[in-house]
Write a protein that binds this ligand. Sequence first.
Ligand code: NAD
Length: 441
Amino acid sequence: METADQNYTSSVNDIFEETGATFEYQNLFHQTIASILEACDLLEVPHRLKLIISQPKNELMIHCPVEMDDGSWRLFKGYRVQHNNVLGPYKGGIRYHADIKLDEVKTLSVLMTMKCALARLPFGGAKGAVRVDPRGLSKGELMRLTRRLTSALGSNIGPDYDIPAPDVGTNAQIMAWMADTYIHSAEPSIKVTARGVVTGKPLEFGGSEGREKATGQGLVYVLEELLPDMGIELDQVSYSLIGYGNVGSWVGRLLAARGANLKAVMDHTGAIYNEAGIDAEQLAWHVQKTGGVKGFTEACEISEQAFYSTAVDLFIPAALEQMIDLEHAEKMNCKVLVEAANAPTTPRAEKYLLKKGVEVLPAILCNAGGVTVSYFEWKQNRQSESWDAEDVDARLKKVMVRSARRVNKMAERFDCGMRMASYAAAMEHINTVYELRGSFP
Ligand code: NAD
């Protein structure tokens, strides 16, 4: 178990005390807020902003009774956490997973506030989750759960107020059911734009070109911008991936198109390895057919330990939070840790890797492509437009490159790591908007 070895500034401790929270080092939400408060100290933002940012504005807890196919009923617990909306409507994914904790959802909502601010999108931050293993439900059960959840959320979501999107365990079909349920109860005057209540919808029902691959594509644009300064050529890199779902499989396919060598992949079913390279497209087919990477015949099965020890240029986690702890970090043999998943690295693991000379590229920069194309989808829905794929890609690239440069600039200004720099770049924007808007009441 990791223990505290970090001394936070007195301002961090003061804010925790003022908000009545006892700082727990193991608590991901506390760790995240502490790091953001440290960025606030670098920027010397007003005390009021530190207080506002240290807690979500709203935390909703919902219980959804759903009839199963066999006639029995189950009660599902769900959360929607709305962290901050100073920049625009709340925005963030909905996750379906068996192991959900409120503090985890709170963390993911803060990270959305940071991500949207860093990318200069007109959105705030939110996150939702339902405690359920979606793989254990039939299609009908999933639909009834999703409709019940949407109806329970009621006016707590809306195209001008809070806009969910897919995340772990949810997909375009689930977004289509959410939008359909919301449209049914929407006022006639907003029915046309009501589909903008969620993003990540299927293309035929108000989705955007490029949304499915957006998170992976955005990450590739960030790598194109940052790797040359580290002396690494993108088309010659070797890399390993944790997770081969939406984000992981798109990172795989897009990096394959650039000539990169995927050496090892691990997901919830096991780990596989091929020194000569794993075919990302074939693996995507295999995972779609079987549910995981296990049994892929063009690579050999390896242990979790061997997976972490594989020598690669880039190590890309694209699964769940906090998977890279100190024990795993000590085994890792890479030049750059590229966070495709949200919060995949514990603070001690990050500290260890930085000391070893491994660069850590933070998730709020690397995976912002998803929410950026979600913004494009929302914009298209409002204007009843459909942009073509090239247009979406070009706009996405612009946002990702500018965000990467913002982070680089902050890292230089404060001589700090990329995570601290990304929080500082986000908080500087949020601070400016609070200052411009002034205080109320
Ligand atoms: P997904 O459900 O499509 O895939 C999740 C992957 O994680 C699967 O391959 C699964 O096998 C793997 N996984 C789960 N438990 C595991 C374990 N114990 N060990 C190893 N692998 C495990 O989810 P996704 O949409 O690809 O999201 C992945 C990450 O990216 C999450 O952190 C999510 O919040 C983040 N993210 C997603 C998007 C998006 O557009 N989907 C955008 C930004 C960030």
